[in-house]
Design a protein around this ligand. Structure first.
Ligand SMILES: Nc1ncnc2c1ncn2[C@@H]1O[C@H](COP(=O)(O)OP(=O)(O)O)[C@@H](O)[C@H]1O
Ligand SMILES: [Mg+2]
Length: 329
């Protein structure tokens, strides 16, 4: 079986720091030892040579928005009729770093107990009756996440507008303001007005922590993250610990990975009541590996859950997952 690993400028995301690539030499060696034929090349070569029948493709994603858009465009165009050749599925590739797509994919699809949420653009089409969690669609580390009620949403959107204005948008906005004063063309001004995409999630009250869980096929790594002082957010708090997870948490995590049909997944999980879980966010590619890198143990599903001393590195976990996932294909 041939697997093509497609990089962007020799980068495949990501290691502990987002700008650090996974070690592709280790990955190549590991997968070759499992009898895969491995070819590593840049996204530009994929454009040049196209997609071969009967081969598989594992393609990096990126957090730089321009790079991400470029990669998305290529991956969509080349694989829309060849989805089965992608290791990270087309929809999960698009869901990376896009909470809007995440919310739409699995709210109505296979149940992963995703917390109820809705995708908006700038204004709300209805009033909200209680506090919600506002999230910009591409935030990370708790940035862009805040609590809002009806009165605060407009302010929050405006703040996001200002933060994310680029020079071109600034120019357009000023031009339109001047035009509006000189000769009114409200319709055009409204057409070109800058807008902010975001999701509103049901707020789970009273949480003191969440779980960051990484599932590599049947291996589960669990990190507990306490919330920051005087805040409801756990991500980015730095108050992390490795706990003994319950079977229910492990089962929930493994089921989620199986439901979305991915070799691996990173999940943010809230315990809404004893042993009842909701997914706050998920990523099936280009996710932070802290939880795997710092763990001493993982939990593996055999007949029952077993606690196993970790002696595999991150790259080996990726390769193990791909091997098991492809075997089942
Ligand atoms: N719906 C929610 N209810 C309560 N707390 C939440 C909710 N969504 C997120 N949080 C808290 O906010 C943190 C950041 O949210 P998350 O969606 O994971 O964004 P990020 O991209 O910053 O990781 C989470 O770690 C969690 O502690
Ligand atoms: Mg998160």
């Amino acid at each position: 079986m041939k697997i093509n690993i497609v990089t962007y400028q020799n980068y495949f995301g990501h290691h502990l720091k987002v700008e650090e690539s996974l070690n592709l030499n280790v990955i190549k060696k590991e997968l070759e030892a499992k009898n895969f034929n491995i070819n590593i090349f840049d996204i530009n070569e994929l454009i040049k040579y196209g997609v071969n029948d009967n081969e598989f493709y594992w393609i990096t994603s990126h957090q730089n928005t321009a790079v991400k858009k470029y990669l998305n465009d290529i991956v969509f165009s080349l694989f829309v009729n060849r989805e089965e050749q992608l290791i990270t599925s087309l929809k999960l590739y698009f869901a990376h770093d896009n909470k809007g797509i995440q919310s739409l994919l699995f709210n109505n699809g296979k149940s992963i107990e995703l917390i109820k949420q809705k995708y908006y653009l700038s204004s709300l089409s209805e009033d909200i009756d209680r506090k919600k969690v506002f999230k910009t669609i591409d935030g990370a580390g708790g940035q862009g996440v805040s609590l809002v009620d009806n009165s605060k949403i407009k302010k929050r959107v405006n703040k996001e507008k200002i933060i994310s204005f680029n020079i071109y948008e600034c120019k357009t906005a000023i031009k339109e303001k001047i035009k509006k004063i000189v000769k009114r063309n409200d319709k055009y001004a409204s057409y070109v007005e800058k807008r902010v995409p975001y999701v509103l999630q049901d707020f789970i009250e009273g949480l003191d922590s969440d779980y960051k869980v990484l599932v590599f096929f049947k291996r589960v790594y669990v990190l507990k993250r306490n919330i920051r002082d005087n805040d409801f957010r756990a991500s980015g708090s730095g108050k992390f610990s490795y706990i003994e997870p319950t079977d229910e948490l492990l089962n929930y995590s493994l089921n989620l990975r199986e439901n979305i049909n991915s070799p691996f997944v990173s999940i943010d999980i809230a315990e809404v009541s004893k042993n009842k879980f909701k997914c706050i966010e998920y990523q099936a590619t280009h996710f932070g590996p802290y939880t795997q890198l710092n763990a001493k143990y993982f939990y593996e599903k055999k007949d029952k859950w077993e606690k196993v001393v970790k002696d595999n590195n991150l790259e080996q976990d990726y390769c193990y997952s791909i091997y098991e996932f492809m075997k089942a294909k």
